[in-house]
Write a protein that binds this ligand. Structure first.
Ligand code: 0CH
Ligand code: SF4
Length: 316
């Protein structure tokens, strides 16, 4: 049987970012240093394959600190935690390691700095997402106002329109966020904030790469998890950029082959928390069924690397 030809546009950059790489290494180092079990508060990154791999090595994933015993180490996930979390760990004299991405920590510091200067904070982010909870939790409850959409900007009630600042989640849609920032600046001309927003290099680059391939693709698959904000944004970006069929897949088994019937050009990318081995798995599933020609489309080169703490803190 002859296989149909398929052009496979492989986006670059895709997959793991520096913050994810560092966070996973921190859990591995903690397991090496202290042995199992090491507790991890929240999925270290939003990827089942990564989480299952660490579980097999002895990591225990929980949602809240009160699920951890006092006498075992705990790692905080890459998404960041409210200030109350390390405070509680310290009060319980627990050993804890913070795997918050340095680019998320930077936003935490920004929020604190603005508040120290007497500015009321507005956060652009998704309600309930751990990064949003963590960033808003750098200040006392109720101090940070959340806006999720342009429409929310019209409703937000501020103390003093002349004394405002904003921060954002790092994994948002660059274009949607630009619209929200513009709406904030139109309503509150004195608002201060970052140069554009706080979206990180990895999020920006992955969205740019998708924009470059999406118009040429009959279908585009994003390897990533349904709870991964940055991965879900890549699906939206692909659709907006002109690829009507864009879907998230966690593994090759998620591919809906019937929906792909008759395609001639496919795009593949991956969210920042998806390991390359899963991208290979998806690509190989297409090689099994099609006569694949891979075209790598690289829109940026990344050389960001975050240092992993050389020595994890000893128990007090
Ligand atoms: O995209 P989100 O924030 O949901 O998280 P992820 O999929 O675990 O990717 C890593 C980003 C971590 C914090 O920016
Ligand atoms: Fe850090 Fe960006 Fe990766 Fe989040 S997506 S972990 S902010 S580099």
């Amino acid at each position: 049987m002859t296989r149909s030809p398929l052009i496979l546009y492989l986006a670059a950059p895709r997959g793991f970012c520096a913050g994810v790489d560092r966070a996973i290494k921190i859990v591995e180092m903690a397991l090496e240093k202290w042995g199992a079990p090491v507790f991890v508060r929240h999925e270290i990154v939003h990827n089942k394959f990564v989480v299952d791999g660490l579980k097999a090595k002895g990591a225990v994933f929980v949602e809240e600190l009160d699920e951890c015993p006092d006498d075992r180490p705990v790692v905080f996930s890459a998404h960041g935690v409210p200030k109350a979390v390390p405070a509680e760990a310290a009060q319980r004299e627990m050993v804890y390691v913070d795997a918050t991405c340095p680019l998320v920590s930077k936003v935490h510091i920004e929020a604190e700095r603005h508040a120290a200067n007497g500015l009321q904070m507005i956060m652009i982010g998704h309600a309930g997402h751990p990064e949003t909870i963590g960033t808003m939790g750098q200040l006392p409850p109720g101090e940070v106002l959340l806006v999720e959409t342009v429409d929310d900007v019209a409703d937000v009630q501020v103390r003093d329109p002349a004394r405002l600042a904003f921060v954002t989640q790092t994994t948002l849609s660059v274009d949607d966020t630009a619209d929200i920032v513009a709406a904030l600046q139109a309503r509150f001309p004195a608002i201060v904030g970052p140069h554009k927003e706080d979206i990180c290099y990895a999020t920006t680059n992955r969205q740019e790469a998708v924009k470059a391939i999406a118009p040429d693709c009959d279908a585009l698959l994003v390897v990533g998890a349904p709870n991964s904000s940055n991965s879900k944004r890549l699906v939206e970006v692909a659709r907006k950029a002109g690829c009507a069929y864009a879907q998230l897949v966690q593994r090759a088994t998620d591919i809906d082959w019937r929906a792909l019937d008759g395609i001639g050009a496919l795009g593949i990318t991956a969210g920042a928390s998806a390991p390359e081995v899963l991208i290979d798995e998806v690509v190989n599933a297409f090689r099994d069924r099609y006569d694949v020609t891979v075209k790598l489309v690289e829109t940026a080169q990344e050389n960001v690397e975050f240092k992993v703490p050389r020595v994890l803190r000893e128990p007090a």
